[in-house]
Write a protein that binds this ligand. Structure first.
Ligand SMILES: [Zn+2]
Length: 424
């Protein structure tokens, strides 16, 4: 088992645990298709005075379960190191996500006939931005979020919130207090939970017999199709297909009853509708059949993806080295977690990219983990006019191009790294 090095920016917490069996079905014999190497925690940005200190790095291997089709990483970094001191990302919810949440809430209220006698529970409720839509309509709500600042902000906004991790134990305690949820919403959290079975068991325990749980996560097929390997990092334990979700929830007495796709949300998101009784609409069979047909239930599909990722690394490195050798300058845009995965996997340090810009003022003046690229305000781009701008935040490509119209108008050019490095 690899040892965890004490981090410069993060003290405490246990060592990384290397798994041998499937997080869902416990199958012994996972097939690794991608090794990203020793990676720092992607959000562990450093101050100047920490650059010479020790920095925690953990191996990051991605594997396929031949028994239940779940794609997962093999390493567990203790959750308290990953999630709790996440102050940099507080209230970073985008306008698009707010709209998506509001529409989802309105539809649930109408379809389920929710009112004063109902209960809506949200797991990973953040500052309550989704639950507020229900509360404003007079529907009782409960938020669950382990981050204390977020939970406090939600409370202040009128959303009762438990500052705890969601699992079967918490669900049992809530049920013992008399709670049964008519609706449970769990968005972008199932991939973040190291105790996957306890999480799903918790959904079943807390859900009323005729209730519905809606679970959203990025879709592993979109990840593969668009080569979004940089969304793989230690905070994301699992990468779901419908086949893997179906096998997982059945084991806990829940049924996959509907699937919806949101192609532009977080690089491609699915919403799974779960119930305590089988009531699948046509979408479920359609997705399960197409996944079998296209190979998502077999290792070869993912082995090919692994090879594609290493080709991307070689091509991007070659491109940046050739630009440097030709005397061109390059900066990067986006100091988020996936930017960290990309620069650390490809090996992009200050010798290839001068700096990274990010609009988050809390990140400016800090340094990317691992490769130590300095993070600066986007206004620096016009001052220094680098020849190229590497888009680490490729998911905001249009927004950034619009925001940087002057940089582009003066001759600056964009490098989009995925699905293949391309100058546009
Ligand atoms: Zn499995």
């Amino acid at each position: 088992m690899p040892e965890a090095t004490p981090g410069a920016s993060r003290e405490g917490g246990g060592a990384v645990v290397e798994r041998a069996t499937c997080r869902s079905c416990d199958h012994d014999g996972l097939d690794i298709f991608l090794s990203l190497g020793e990676m720092p925690l992607p959000d562990a940005l450093l101050r100047q005075d920490q650059l010479d200190g020790p920095e925690a790095r953990y191996p990051l291997d991605v594997a396929f379960c031949p028994s239940c089709s779940l794609v997962q990483i093999l390493q567990d970094v203790p959750p308290e190191r990953l999630f709790v001191d996440n102050y940099l990302y507080f209230s970073s919810v985008s306008a698009g996500l707010m709209r998506h949440s509001r529409e989802h809430a309105r539809r649930l209220i109408a379809e389920r006939g929710l009112g004063r006698g109902s209960l809506v529970v949200e797991v990973a409720s953040n500052d309550g931005y989704l639950l507020r839509n229900f509360a404003e309509a007079g529907v009782p709500v409960l938020g669950i979020d382990p981050a204390p600042e977020q939970a406090a902000a939600a409370e202040a906004a009128g959303v009762p919130t438990r500052a705890e991790f969601f699992d079967a134990d918490l669900a049992r305690r809530l049920r013992a207090e008399g709670m049964r949820a008519d609706v449970i919403v769990a968005n972008n959290v199932m991939a973040h939970t190291p105790t996957l079975n306890s999480f799903v068991e918790g959904l079943r325990i807390l859900l009323a017999d005729d209730g519905v749980a809606t679970v959203e996560n990025t879709y592993v097929k979109d990840l593969v199709d668009h080569c979004e390997f940089d969304t793989i990092y230690h905070e994301h334990f699992c990468y779901f297909s419908c086949s893997a979700v179906d096998a997982l929830v059945r084991r806990h007495g829940l049924y996959l009853n509907g699937v919806e796709h949101f192609p532009s949300l977080q690089g491609g998101t699915l919403r799974w509708r779960l119930g305590t009784r089988p009531a699948a609409d046509g979408s479920v069979r359609e997705y399960l059949e197409s996944e079998r047909r296209e190979g998502l239930t077999s290792f070869g599909y993912f082995a090919e993806f692994g090879a594609q990722v290493s080709r991307l690394r070689d091509e991007l490195r070659e491109l940046l080295v050739s630009l440097r050798d030709a005397g061109q300058t390059v900066a990067a845009y986006g100091a988020a977690a996936k930017g960290s995965t990309l620069v650390n996997y490809v090996g992009i340090g200050p010798e290839l990219v001068e700096y990274v810009v990010d609009r988050n003022v809390h990140k400016q003046g800090l340094f990317m983990p691992g490769t130590h690229l300095p993070i600066r305000d986007p206004s620096v781009l016009l001052e220094t006019m680098p020849d190229y701008l590497l888009l680490l935040a490729w998911n905001y490509r249009d927004e950034i191009a619009e925001q940087q119209a002057e940089y582009l108008g003066r001759g600056g050019r964009l490098i989009v790294p995925v699905p293949r490095p391309e100058i546009v």
